[in-house]
Design a protein around this ligand. Structure first.
Ligand code: F6P
Length: 314
């Protein structure tokens, strides 16, 4: 099943999990619409007509949801009964930490083991360096920034581009570096507008004809930074909020390969007897962590990335 915010890579993860589970002698099923589907019994055998031709598609063809009803024991009991009816003994959930916590509660209630596959464009799940969907989102952002650069240069304007990521600045920092932005504001790094202004004025005097700023949505600074750029630099300034375009798009090669590896690790973990684990990719190696370790730890952005992008905040 897929659950929570959709992310590119969910479909290849579902396909790989189904194929590999079958190869291991299991009978895989799919749950439509995430936690809502568990409650409503939208559970079907994973026949080829359901899972073929999905690998290259963005989002999740199974559908997803953020179900409030799942917080209530009575609805979780209905979900358990639905699984019992079709004889399901283990779950693989592709989603974020909210979904993993929900499934962990379900495990405490009814003892149904699950393996979580981290998927969110925010890349903010503790314990793993990578979450499915991130590479595709970064490429969607790159494509948008390339287009914005064309018009920014044509009109000699300052542009601020707001990326998603909730409280995490990973998408903003990586995009700022990958796309040669002049400014990057993220929640994790303090910023100094006076010194940014000084730097940008020098650049302008040296002939720079346009300015690009990337701001993480978690800072809430999109509009303020845009107004400030216009005033401080005496330039026409515009804000582009990229929004949900970042969540769509055909999964990149990296997301497809990572989806496959995450899925195989999830099934192997369940076969080995994992009960309520999340598959993680840490320092180049796949492993698994207890959900408690993930839920109780705050995600920390890679120190090298923070260091590299710090120059864009001052
Ligand atoms: O967690 C993924 C994410 O896309 C965040 O980056 C963003 O803040 C949020 O979901 C948007 O949520 P919704 O799709 O409910 O508007």
């Amino acid at each position: 099943m897929t659950s929570g915010g959709d992310a590119a890579g969910m479909n290849p993860a579902v396909k790989s999990a189904v194929d590999y589970a079958r190869k291991c002698g299991m009978t895989p099923y799919v749950v439509e619409w995430g936690l809502r589907g568990l409650i409503e019994g939208l559970i079907h055998e994973a026949t080829d007509d359901r899972i073929s031709g999905i690998l290259h598609r963005g989002g999740t063809v199974l559908g997803s949801s953020r179900s409030k009803r799942f917080f209530e024991h009575s609805f979780r009991k209905v979900a358990y009964e639905n699984l019992q009816k079709v004889g399901i003994s283990k779950l693989v959930v592709v989603g974020g930490d909210g979904s993993f916590n929900a499934l962990n509660q379900f495990y405490s209630d009814f003892g149904v083991p699950f393996a979580g596959i981290p998927a969110t464009i925010d890349n903010d799940i503790a314990g793993t360096d990578y979450c499915l969907g991130v590479d595709t989102a970064l490429n969607m952002i790159r494509q948008s920034v390339d287009s914005i650069r064309d018009t920014a240069a044509s009109f000699s304007r300052a542009f601020v581009i707001e990326t998603m990521g909730r409280d995490c600045g990973y998408l903003a920092m990586t995009s700022a570096l990958a796309n040669g932005a002049d400014v990057c504001l993220v929640p994790e790094v303090p910023y100094d507008l006076d010194s940014i202004a000084e730097r940008l004025r020098v650049n302008k005097e040296n002939g720079q004809r346009y300015v690009l700023g990337v701001v993480a949505e978690g800072t809430g600074m999109g509009e303020t930074l845009t107004r400030w750029m216009g005033d401080a630099l005496g330039m026409d300034a515009r804000l582009t909020v990229l929004g949900h375009v970042q969540r769509g798009g055909s999964p990149t090669v990296y997301d497809r390969i990572m989806a496959h590896k995450f899925a195989v690790a999830a099934i192997d973990g369940l076969i080995a007897g994992d009960q309520s684990q999340v598959v993680v990719f840490k320092d180049g190696v796949f492993g698994s962590k207890a959900i408690s370790e993930i839920a109780d730890t705050k995600h920390v952005v890679d120190a090298d990335l923070l260091k590299l992008s710090a120059d864009l905040s001052s």
